[in-house]
Design a protein around this ligand. Structure first.
Ligand code: FAD
Ligand code: DHB
Length: 389
């Protein structure tokens, strides 16, 4: 089989790239290790920056998002009962869209299928070969039969545990990492959201986040120990932990119910440089991870897709190589700013095991400064809604 761009991974990065390239007449094949149902079963991000919203529109997959997504003009940062309203519209004249990653992925699959896009599920043993030559190819096994896919370029959109990043020789690659000493325990419940904006809550006993998917579907998280197991957290224990971390006004209004999903995510900051090696590009979680505080994971994957799709479209249109050559530097410049913001929000709002009294005072002083300082709020708003591409 031959294609122009072989895409490894059928998560949001791979599917969006495939769809954007297809609309410009560029042929792609997507290779996905899991089944479609498995990919759609993962509950992940919930907040879309305008850059991703616009790409969904450009990709012709925005109809349901524009109908069902919820525009948010601000968010709340709380510390104990103290609340700071960060109004995006006032500070930076921008908004975000609350629409789940699951739905983004579902819409992209529907569009790829409607256009007969080639997606191969259940692939095993994917190997990227000769990426440092002019004739790369990908080998893999599906249904027990070995396959070879020749291509011009390979896009590694296969997430943190994929093969693409490992294909870049260790001596060429430099990895930067920070692992946080806690995780997030998240639940989904068919209950109305506690508030019409997201609440990022810091408290003496740890962080909590109140988010949502729609008027009757809430997504809540609490900071947990790395050693915690989902089985050890009853729904009642979760609701109790959440109530004790959010302002009383909201705790009193919280409507609880059975969880329909419960999972623990570890928190990590990670960047691998460069994001291009020969004819292989890395995109999204394959190249970088952020802790979820600030909702930058999916959105940073989307900015990579923007730079890469634009570079490939120009190349196939008129042979212009500049975007392709400059992809890694351009993507990384924005990635590092998202890393900084996520690290800052994580550091500001969580309790760290063994945190000194001094460090605790520093967090409190920073929250107090944010509360009284419109400039600091504007900086938060600017980063939260997303830096320009
Ligand atoms: P992925 O979504 O990881 O997609 C990669 C795809 O590649 C997967 O479908 C995988 O099955 C496939 N794949 C992997 N290896 C291979 C292989 N060898 N061959 C073929 N296919 C392969 N972000 C937020 O902003 N907010 C959140 O609340 C949030 N929660 C998260 C919770 C968890 C548990 C995780 C892991 C991430 C979370 N994120 C969150 C981050 C966000 O979901 C990711 O940034 C986003 O999914 C990145 O998209 P991607 O397409 O680059 O990678
Ligand atoms: C969600 C997750 C986040 O990490 C975040 O910052 C905001 C929202 C969510 O899953 O809804």
């Amino acid at each position: 089989m031959r294609t122009q761009v072989a895409i490894i991974g059928g998560g949001p990065s791979g599917l969006l790239l495939s769809q954007l390239l297809h609309l410009q007449g560029i042929d792609t094949v997507v290779l996905e290790r899991k089944t479609k149902d498995y990919v759609l079963g993962r509950i992940r991000a919930g907040v879309l920056e305008i850059g991703l919203v616009n790409q969904m529109r450009a990709a012709g997959v925005a109809e349901r998002m524009d109908k069902e997504g919820i525009i948010h003009h601000g968010t709340v940062i709380s510390y104990g009962d103290d609340q700071i309203g960060i109004n995006f519209s006032d500070h930076v004249d921008a908004t975000v869209m609350v629409y789940g990653q699951t739905e983004v992925t579902r819409d992209l699959y529907a569009a790829r299928e409607a256009m007969n896009g080639k997606i191969v599920f259940d692939v095993e043993g994917v190997q990227i070969n000769d990426a440092d030559t002019d004739a790369p190819y990908v080998t893999y096994t599906v249904d027990g039969s070995e396959q070879r896919l020749d291509c011009d370029y390979v896009a590694g959109c296969d997430g943190f545990h994929g093969v693409s990043r490992q294909t870049i020789p260790a001596e060429t690659r430099r990895e930067y990492e920070k692992v946080y000493p806690f995780g997030w325990l998240g639940i989904l419940s068919e209950t109305p959201p506690v508030h019409d904006e997201l609440i990022y809550a810091s408290s003496d006993i740890g962080f909590a986040l109140c988010s949502m998917r729609n008027a009757n579907l809430s997504r809540y998280y609490v900071q947990c120990d790395l050693s915690d197991k989902v089985e050890n957290w009853s729904d009642a224990a979760f609701w109790d932990a959440l109530k004790r971390r959010i302002p009383e006004e909201h705790a009193d209004n919280l409507i609880t119910g059975p969880s329909i999903e419960k999972s623990i995510a570890p928190l990590r900051s990670f960047v691998s440089e460069p994001m291009k090696w020969g004819r292989l590009f890395l995109c999204g979680d394959a190249a970088h991870i952020v802790p979820p505080t600030g909702a930058k994971g999916l959105n940073t994957a989307a900015s990579d897709v923007h730079y890469l799709s634009q570079a490939l479209i120009k190349f196939y249109d008129n042979g212009d190589q500049a975007g392709i050559d400059g992809y890694s530097a351009k993507a990384l410049a924005r990635v590092w700013k998202a890393e900084r913001f996520s690290w800052w929000m994580t550091s500001l709002l969580h309790r760290f095991p063994g945190q000194s009294d001094f460090d605790f005072k520093m967090q409190q002083a920073e929250v107090a400064f944010l509360k009284d300082n419109a400039n600091a709020q504007a900086v938060l708003a600017q980063n939260y809604v997303g830096l320009p591409y």
